[in-house]
Design a protein around this ligand. Structure first.
Ligand SMILES: Nc1nc2c(ncn2[C@@H]2O[C@H](COP(=O)(O)OP(=O)(O)O)[C@@H](O)[C@H]2O)c(=O)[nH]1
Ligand SMILES: [Mg+2]
Length: 212
């Protein structure tokens, strides 16, 4: 897949702002500072598309981006130590609203830091996606921060840790571009499954009927 002209669409502060795109919707989640915005910028080849920040946890927004063949939703980060219980509750409500809204979530990229074992918040997120049967891929970010020879070991341990297997974990670096081609390939796969399941099947059946 080649991504050209990715554009910001809108931000939602609560469920009233959520959109129901006509294209497949892919969401990116993960703790604050894990590299969500940086990955969006790297995929879009546009440094300033999604803001990247060194002071995480400020925004509680869902930001939508038009990526041509699909829409990407940047979900608010979790696990920011300094937020209050009521802030955490608000975050949980927003997530709950997002996943139960009218818009069908085609796939979720759940980001974790490649250097560390997933946090309990990361585990909760994965359990949540499992529970609601939302297809997801774990993306291990900041791969440039460890030696290339360690990447596969870390991917394996994260896969084991989350009990999802290493094939569901992809390493990436938004800084160096490592792994970006694999994510673009994954996006192709996700979109081809989406297109097959929605449009092609009934036509095949019809053709067979007319032949008889
Ligand atoms: N070395 C390195 N730093 C990264 C990478 N991705 C993000 N960062 C840095 O991590 C910090 C948080 O990134 P950001 O994209 O804002 O995280 P977000 O809060 O999940 O959206 C920023 O200082 C980024 O420059 C990466 O792949 N490699
Ligand atoms: Mg961000």
């Amino acid at each position: 897949m080649i991504i050209k002209n990715a554009k910001f669409i809108t931000s939602a502060v609560d469920k009233k702002g959520f959109i129901v795109p006509e294209k497949p919707l892919i969401a990116i989640c993960g703790k604050s500072n894990v590299g969500k915005s940086s990955l969006i910028n790297a995929l879009a080849n546009r440094k300033g598309l999604a803001r990247t920040s060194v002071t995480p946890g400020r925004t509680r927004l869902v930001n939508y981006f038009d990526f041509g063949e699909f829409v990407l939703a940047d979900l608010p980060g979790y696990g920011f130590a300094k937020v209050s219980q009521s802030e955490k509750a608000k975050w949980g409500k927003m997530l709950e609203d997002f996943f139960s809204s009218k818009a069908i979530i085609t796939h979720v990229f759940s980001l974790v830091d490649i250097r560390h074992d997933p946090t309990s918040d990361d585990e909760n997120m994965i359990n949540y996606l499992h529970h609601y049967a939302i297809p997801f891929t774990v993306i291990a970010t900041k791969a440039d921060k460890i030696g290339k020879t360690r990447i596969y070991d870390r991917v394996k341990s994260i896969g084991n840790y989350l009990a999802i297997g290493e094939k569901s974990v992809m390493a990436v670096s938004s800084e160096s571009g490592y792994g970006k081609d694999k994510i673009l390939q994954k996006l192709d796969d996700i979109l081809s499954i989406y297109n097959d399941s929605f449009y092609n099947e009934p036509e095949v059946e019809k053709d067979e009927e007319t032949e008889n």
